[in-house]
Design a protein. Structure first.
Length: 118
């Protein structure tokens, strides 16, 4: 399974990459939404994991562009410290498959990722 992790926080990217890499998934990372968007335009991913709060372009904008113009098939998991009902509902309306609050429950994340594995 090929996963793209998009987060402006280097430590979060590395932790996610290490935790999911152990499962033998192919992991690519992007340090901002613009870079992640370019990667999604150039490659096909089985799953995208994106932070919500990033400089220049938010995770919500990224999700909106991906779902409207690139692919509706790729599930997107949003991770964020903004854990309120309004944010979660906005994400779900845009087509996000799952919303995980920070700090991340890695057991839950791994379980969700495994549910999308071919």
């Amino acid at each position: 399974m090929k996963i793209l992790i998009i987060d402006d926080d280097r430590l979060t990217r590395r932790v996610l990459e290490n935790k999911l890499g152990i499962l033998d998934y192919s992991i690519k990372t992007a340090n901002d939404a613009f870079t992640g968007l370019k990667m999604v335009q150039q490659e096909t991913f089985d799953l995208i994991i994106s932070d919500l709060l990033m400089p220049s372009m938010s995770g919500l904008n990224l999700v909106s562009i991906v779902k409207q113009f690139i692919t509706t098939r790729t599930p997107i998991i949003v991770i964020s410290s903004l854990n309120n009902e309004e944010t979660i509902q906005c994400c779900l309306r845009l087509g996000v498959a799952h919303f995980l609050p920070k700090p991340i429950d890695f057991e839950l994340l791994v379980s969700i990722c495994q549910s999308y594995a071919p």
